[in-house]
Design a binder for this molecule. Structure first.
Ligand code: HEC
Length: 150
């Protein structure tokens, strides 16, 4: 019981110490955080892509679920692009920090396209999902072309 209480208290303290505007203990944590968010987003985006490209049977419910995950994840990675995190195990190009406004605006465009994909997926219309999927893909590529190393 005492141990349980202690861990509950620790959790509360941790939650207070880490407000929404994610702060990271070290630069590697920020890199891991953004890569993990991108990874999960990419997995669910690919599931919709498999349907859009007829590699998997269309499943409206699964598409809507994945679109929801993509929408949530799409807001997360960018807090991980903290100053000085262009080094180490990362494909982020240093230009991100020199051209932050452009980078942020590409992120915003992607989030807007993802929001449209989510609406389309909730509507369940296969054609609309496909075209929204394509627009999101373009918005991913627009940033990767300039800011992600191969
Ligand atoms: C505003 C820029 C930007 C946008 C928009 C963007 N990405 Fe990325 N993405 C990056 C950068 C930069 C990296 C490299 C991160 C690193 O290695 O630190 C990355 C890495 C990734 C990775 C590799 C993660 C890993 O395992 O290391 C995946 C997968 C990915 N992005 C998927 C997507 C998808 C899917 C979209 C669109 C829905 C998208 N990204 C939109 C900039 C962007």
């Amino acid at each position: 019981m005492k141990k349980l209480l202690l861990s509950a208290t620790t959790l509360v303290i941790m939650a207070t110490a880490l407000p929404a505007g994610a702060q990271f203990q070290k630069s590697e944590d920020a890199v891991k955080y953004r890569q993990s968010a991108f990874f999960v987003m990419g997995q669910h985006f690919s599931r919709i892509g498999a349907m859009a490209n007829n590699r998997a049977p269309f499943d409206a419910k699964a598409a809507a679920e994945s679109a929801g995950v993509v929408a949530t994840m799409s807001t997360l990675p960018f807090a991980g692009f903290v100053e000085g995190s262009d080094k180490g195990n990362t494909k982020a190009r240093p230009e991100i920090w020199a051209e932050r406004a452009k980078f942020d605006s590409l992120a915003e465009t992607m989030q807007q396209e993802v929001a449209k994909l989510e609406v389309a997926a909730q509507g369940g219309n296969e054609g609309e999902i496909k075209s929204a999927f394509g627009a999101v893909g373009q918005s991913c590529k627009a940033c990767h072309d300039d800011y992600r190393a191969r």
